[in-house]
Design a protein around this ligand. Structure first.
Ligand code: ZN
Length: 243
């Protein structure tokens, strides 16, 4: 990943980004449980307290395993595509059997009943991390929206519209990483009478943390902070805070 310095006002992020407690450690966002070795350089790190830093790891491990089981249609380590996750399934029999017990066949298709509260816990944590890192925005309050679904359930039209990069209407926090990443794109518009006007647009695109493993798009525009995440090119997540 590109290493971008945060030039925004340093008073915006103080203390643990999750609970506001003491800044005791640095937390990787996304957690490496969602990535494979060799890990990308310059992974985002954020201040966290000790309890928050370690408090999400079981739920994160669960979600990483659930996603890979859903992709493979199996909890058998021999069928799991990510070696790290296959190893976890091998080592952690309790976790594997917990996911296996949630296996269902719905309309002839195999699915796993998700433990919703655990998934939401992880997704909200990730979204708070991306908001803090990209947008220099603390979002410790409850979000106004949080949803997750497999990408494969979307119609092609819905997916195209959800995946598209965001055209920025208003400038975010000056100096934030999100603003530094944006691309200035010029469009030339031609009127019916042949006059041309050039319009500059700020394009806010997805950040690819690791190809096929993790990407996100952080938007701060028109009174809304919105974080979109795709994990394992399987699970889509959308978290928003509206003022
Ligand atoms: Zn904390």
């Amino acid at each position: 990943m590109d290493q971008l310095k945060d030039y925004a006002d340093s008073r915006l992020i103080v203390g643990c980004i999750y609970c506001g407690g003491l800044e005791e450690t640095r937390d990787h966002v996304p957690s490496r449980v969602f990535l494979d070795a060799p890990f990308p350089e310059n992974l985002p790190v954020l201040p966290a307290c000790g309890p928050c830093n370690s408090g999400f790891s079981l739920d994160e491990e669960y979600l990483a395993c659930l996603i890979e089981a859903a992709v493979a249609g199996s909890t058998d380590p021999a069928h799991i595509r990510r070696p790290r996750v296959a190893e976890t399934m091998r080592r952690n029999a309790a976790l594997r059997s917990r996911i296996e017990a949630a296996k269902r066949v719905i309309d002839g298709r195999l699915a796993f009943d998700p433990e919703t509260a655990r998934i939401q816990n992880v997704v909200l944590k990730l979204a708070r991390g991306h908001a803090a890192y990209e947008l220099s925005a603390s979002r410790r309050e409850r979000p106004t929206g949080l949803s997750c679904w497999p990408l494969e359930v979307m119609t092609p039209e819905a997916r195209e519209s959800w995946e598209t990069s965001h055209v920025q209407q208003m400038f975010g926090e000056v100096g934030s990483r999100g603003l530094q990443r944006m691309l200035v794109t010029q469009f030339t518009l031609r009127s019916e009478t042949g006059e041309t006007t050039t319009v500059e647009l700020l394009l806010n695109d997805w950040v690819d943390v690791q190809d096929g493993r993790y990407r996100y798009l952080a938007i701060d525009d028109l009174g809304e902070v919105r974080i979109k995440i795709v994990i394992g090119e399987y699970l889509a997540c959308d978290v928003s805070w509206t003022d």
